[in-house]
Write a protein that binds this ligand. Sequence first.
Ligand SMILES: Nc1nc2c(ncn2[C@@H]2O[C@H](COP(=O)(O)OP(=O)(O)OP(=O)(O)O)[C@@H](O)[C@H]2O)c(=O)[nH]1
Ligand SMILES: [Mg+2]
Length: 336
Amino acid sequence: MTSPPALAEQVLEGSTRAIARTISLLEDHDPLGRQIVRTLYPRTGRASRVGVTGPPGVGKSTLLSALTRVVRRAELAVGVISVDPSSPFSEGAVLGDRLRLSEHFLDSGVFIRSMGTRGHLGGLSEAAAQSALVLDAAGMNVVFLETVGVGQSEVEVASVVDTVVLVLMPGSGDSIQALKAGVMEIPDIIVINKKDHPRAMATARDIQAFLNLSEEEDSPWAPPVLLTDAVGGEGVEELWEAIQDHGRWLSEEGRLERRRQNNVEAEVAALAANRLQAKIKDMMRDDPRVSRLLAEVHEGRLDPFSVVEYLIASFGGPAAGGAPEFPGPPPNPNVR
Ligand SMILES: Nc1nc2c(ncn2[C@@H]2O[C@H](COP(=O)(O)OP(=O)(O)OP(=O)(O)O)[C@@H](O)[C@H]2O)c(=O)[nH]1
Ligand SMILES: [Mg+2]
């Protein structure tokens, strides 16, 4: 078996097989995957990272296939990570993505990977975010991350990209409401796909009117609302233009640096919250002391907060297996 440092080296050389292997390790939550990401991390940051999110079936994968075609014309290397929700249909969705994106299979400047059925959604978006880093380190110029907008995972994924593209279609009423109610953050670019649909224009106008109202004085970036037909390719070049415009805007006045710094904070917070949540679940299930305490709460002899305190006191303490080990500086990939 190839050692993690050797695999990392091959990723840096852009080996498709090494990239695929590393992503599989990440998908399986294999600690080796994390070790490779740690080695690669100092070599990331060059790619433009673009999140493409939106409700199921709006045409995100089709749009990404069309976008990839446009970006390839500029001879930029493109990586695509598509996250499909862990639904009973995700096998089909993965297959569907393969079909939609299959025209790019023979192009060595394109790496496409669908992540579907394994793991719960939180863990999935974590693996997807790390896979995006792998593609970045491998020298991809643009890395697209497709995710289905389902609350939390959307937030997590937004925290690892530079540009968030929200894809909607006529009939995406829930998402539009979420946007208007402020439940969903305003993305950098909004796309109304399926512009061949009779209500596409009205939907775009509706969103534009909302954006005009909510325009913030101190935000010089006004999110454009674009209409596309991902199947016919209409509006896709304009979308790529808008993504590049946003990239240029970010590169001014230290905005990209600030954004990435905020992203790192949000990502670390989300990752830590995921780990703690998993730990709490484990303790609730496996720690006999917790079971006893819960029984006492049930019998009215103890209040719930005492159990919470016990849980929290256990994190990092001996009950949780000792203080976490600091991983130390990453190995320099240039020195073996
Ligand atoms: N009429 C029309 N159909 C489209 C357009 N874009 C995508 N579709 C169709 O919409 C369906 C869903 O497209 P996908 O690209 O799989 O959508 P998605 O958002 O990636 O879906 P999930 O990943 O499952 O959430 C497919 O049958 C596409 O052919 C469009 O612009 N116009
Ligand atoms: Mg898709």
